[in-house]
Design a protein. Structure first.
Length: 249
């Protein structure tokens, strides 16, 4: 059998209308998976992306919009998608602010979207994967777990919390054929940081901290995601795969 064949697998990639999530969803569809494109509110945008990927790959691609900050987000997503084989918790929010000025609402939004929603999604989708004896969960972290940015303390903390949960759950369900891993990007050029990186001074400062000397592309992450969510990744669980050009070092 061809390696990395995802035919027959059903996958949800949260936050897949752009950036890293989009690249992962497209890559899974290219390898035969049925995919759900997701964003917070603009269902039409998600549908446009879904149609575009379907046109390129011929696989079934659906659209769903649910704000992960909502307390019932996982339940509503499950209603829309039904059971899944692959869950990628990719969506996140981040606010730039000094640690001593972080307001409660920004704290809550970052923790709820980045951590709580991921936990609720795992609680919702993993039991079915366990019953069927096969599943893959991929949580997306950040190099800030080990190289914190002074203006994003809670964002980094939310990813550290998710890293801990990834390992804890992975350990408990490994014998059920369900693997839980973390993809940890460094600086990847996406709509999130395009504006900041277009400032030559800031860009030079950021690149100076990356041993490989350049920022990554979303496809660098989708290749890693494909391994971790495929049959071929069966012996990898509870791992963190850094896709960061060595930035963590
Ligand atoms: N880019 C980097 O350099 C980098 C570095 C380290 C880690 N990461 C991590 O990689 C992941 C993807 O980053 P990215 O740069 O590709 O992000 P991005 O370009 O900002 O895209 C974020 C995606 O998440 C969705 N999203 C945001 N808030 C949401 C919410 N409340 N509910 C539902 N969906 C929501 C967005 O949809 P809407 O348009 O609806 O908001 C969008 O589809 C994130 O977890 C990020 O923390 C990125």
């Amino acid at each position: 059998m061809m390696q990395f064949d995802m035919t027959g697998r059903r996958a949800l990639v949260t936050g897949s209308t752009q950036g890293i999530g989009y690249a992962i969803a497209k890559c899974f569809a290219e390898h035969g998976a049925e995919v759900y494109i997701h964003c917070s509110a603009d269902k039409e945008k998600a549908q446009r992306i879904a149609d575009e990927i379907h046109g390129q790959t011929g696989t079934a691609v659906h659209a769903v919009a649910v704000d992960l900050g909502d307390i019932d987000a996982a339940e509503r997503l499950h209603k829309a998608t039904g059971e899944l084989d692959i869950l990628v918790c990719n969506a996140s929010v981040q606010f730039r602010r000094s640690w001593d000025e972080i307001p409660l609402d920004e704290y809550e939004t970052q923790m709820n979207v980045n951590f709580r929603a991921s936990m609720n999604l795992m609680q919702t989708y993993i039991p079915g994967m366990q019953k069927r004896g096969w599943g893959r969960v991929l949580n997306v972290g950040s190099v800030q777990q080990v190289r914190p940015h002074a203006k994003m303390a809670v964002y980094a903390a939310s990813k550290c919390a998710l890293a801990s949960l990834t390992e804890n759950i992975a350990m408990q369900i490994a014998s059920d054929g369900v693997n839980v891993n973390m993809l940890v990007p460094g600086v990847i050029v996406t709509p999130r940081n395009e504006a900041a990186l277009s400032d030559p001074e800031y860009r030079a400062k950021v690149l100076a901290g990356i041993p490989s000397g350049y920022a990554g592309e979303p496809e660098d992450c989708s290749a890693a995601a494909l391994l971790l969510c495929s049959n071929e990744g069966r012996y990898i669980t509870g791992s963190s795969l850094y896709v960061d050009g060595g930035m963590r070092l």
